[in-house]
Design a protein around this ligand. Structure first.
Ligand SMILES: [Zn+2]
Length: 218
């Protein structure tokens, strides 16, 4: 478990694709699955974002651990699970910004899918761009390097590098160069045997081509 603070926003990665983002008085969990043993009330979620239905991204047990009575959960239309409380179905292209922002947090729902693998067909999963205290953060979900990434403009990108189900280090480095965030944080690697990756190699590949992009390994 480790975290970084960028401007006024703290980004914590528990492992795999599970993040807690805290800023503007809000706590946002994305794909809670790997979590601390106990999540105290003050660390529970105002907003929970689920990228797709696979067990390592949409874990009922983990959602129960972070959910409060007033949490808002966003889940893709394709999820078959039932959710309690304020759960909203979203799909790629949704723009929850301005008057539609969730508890003051602007959220854009973007595509996430595989190109030559069959695990994540387009339309089943999503990525999210959230704006917290002026900082735009992109959680890519389980995806390959897809053409739509070239249109993504963010300060921080959380990108999978583990291969097999998603981009590997080299593909994720190409995606990083296309997106050109200030900071990139690799995820979705070294948690299961099927997603071995070398975050140091990913960092080298990015910085050899664009030393202005900071690679933060959490
Ligand atoms: Zn998946």
């Amino acid at each position: 478990m480790s975290s970084t603070t960028i401007k006024n926003v703290t980004i914590e990665r528990f492992g795999h694709a599970s993040f807690k983002i805290e800023g503007e008085g809000m706590i946002i969990y994305i794909d809670p699955y790997v979590l601390p043993d106990k999540v105290d009330y003050e660390d529970q979620a105002d907003i929970i974002l689920i990228t797709h239905e696979h067990y390592d991204h949409c874990s009922p047990e983990a959602i129960r651990a972070v959910r409060k009575s007033d949490s808002t959960t966003l889940v893709p239309e394709s999820c078959t699970l039932e959710f309690r409380g304020d759960a909203r179905r979203i799909s790629e292209g949704d723009m929850l910004i301005g008057d539609l922002a969730i508890k003051g947090i602007g959220i854009e729902v973007v595509p996430a899918y595989n190109i030559e693998k069959s695990f994540h067909p387009q339309g089943t999963g999503v990525g999210y761009i959230i704006e917290v205290d002026g900082l735009r953060i992109y959680h890519a979900g389980d995806t390959d390097f897809i053409p739509q990434m070239k249109d993504i403009s963010v300060d921080v990108a959380l990108l999978p590098i583990g291969g097999t189900y998603t981009m590997d280090e080299a593909e994720a480095a190409e995606a990083t160069l296309a997106i050109a965030p200030d900071v990139v944080i690799p995820m979705h690697y070294n948690y299961s045997d099927a997603t071995p990756a070398d975050a140091g190699m990913f960092k080298q590949l990015v910085q050899d081509k664009n030393p202005d992009i900071e690679v933060v390994i959490l």
